[in-house]
Write a protein that binds this ligand. Structure first.
Ligand SMILES: Nc1ncnc2c1ncn2[C@@H]1O[C@H](COP(=O)(O)OP(=O)(O)OP(=O)(O)O)[C@@H](O)[C@H]1O
Ligand SMILES: [Mg+2]
Length: 259
């Protein structure tokens, strides 16, 4: 039998990226992060350290002042289709049904409705929203609305899913449920995810790797691997290796804030 060596492709490469807004505010300094296909990577760091700015660079909404961003091997110059994004607020259009909200990016990108409709229904099933396709956002809970926005971000089958504090607006219990749900969705979909959070427990539960950033100008100060087997439960995060990992991340964050 032949042993075939397959190299995992790089979904995201941030190489020595710096961002200075208006020649004045230095948001990011010399940031390098590499994310392989299928990986789940979290970014934690003090408020204002440039986490959302980094996602804006990856989305192509801002241009690096120095350095380069590549998604799926292509240098980012402006908005592109290789990414899907989920933000803190689900921002659903109230006059569109769940299905039509999910199909919005497909309509904008003029993807054939036939194929994407089938995909929309399959993704809505995956996030537990089968039967809600014809409902409006006011008929959904906060957690359900955020599930819709996850499906909307995945509808064009992007190479990379970017999530910027997606559960921050939810109550504590729903937030934990959504994080566990996201782990399942990630395991089922095989998507590459870059996830920003202020919750160390969330980062540890979900991630293969956790990147810690310093206070502004944001730099990468530490990277932690989390090899714990999956699926993981929040109860596991309080035990043994994952508890030690959480303490190490906390220490690194405290050092970053104090520096
Ligand atoms: N469009 C902009 N123009 C000028 N400065 C900006 C702009 N966007 C962000 N900044 C500044 O860049 C810095 C980083 O902001 P950013 O939103 O990336 O931080 P963050 O790490 O996401 O913070 P938080 O955890 O609070 O969401 C801040 O000092 C912010 O004021
Ligand atoms: Mg932010």
């Amino acid at each position: 039998m032949n042993a075939v060596m397959t190299e995992t492709a790089e979904a995201l490469s941030v190489s020595s990226a710096s961002l200075i807004y208006n020649g004045e505010v230095e948001a990011l300094r010399n940031v390098s992060i590499s994310v392989c296909d299928g990986e789940f990577v979290s970014i934690v760091g003090p408020s204002g350290c440039g986490k959302s700015s980094l996602l804006k660079l990856v989305l192509g909404l801002e241009e690096t002042t120095y350095g380069e961003i590549r998604v799926a091997g292509n240098t980012v110059h402006g908005p592109h289709r290789d990414v899907g994004a989920v933000f803190q607020a689900p921002t659903l259009l109230p006059w569109r049904t769940v299905r039509d909200n999910v199909l919005l990016p497909a309509d904008i990108q003029r993807l054939g409705r036939k194929t994407v409709e089938a995909r929309a229904d399959q993704l809505l099933r995956m996030v537990g929203l089968a039967g809600f396709e014809g409902r409006y956002s006011y008929e959904l809970s906060g957690g359900m609305q955020q599930r819709v926005s996850i499906v909307r971000a995945l509808i064009h089958d992007p190479r990379l899913l970017l999530m910027d504090e997606p559960f921050a607006a939810l109550d504590a219990m729903t937030r934990e449920q959504m994080a566990s749900e996201l782990q399942r969705i990630w395991m089922e979909s095989g998507k590459t995810v870059v996830f920003i959070t202020h919750s160390i427990a969330e980062a540890v539960l979900l991630s293969d790797r956790i990147v810690v950033m310093s206070a502004r100008p944001g730099r990468v100060v530490a990277t932690f691997e989390n090899p714990a087997p999956r699926p993981r439960r929040f109860a596991d995060v309080a035990h043994a290796e994952m508890a030690e990992l959480s303490v190490a991340i906390r220490q690194s964050l405290d050092d970053a804030c104090a520096a």
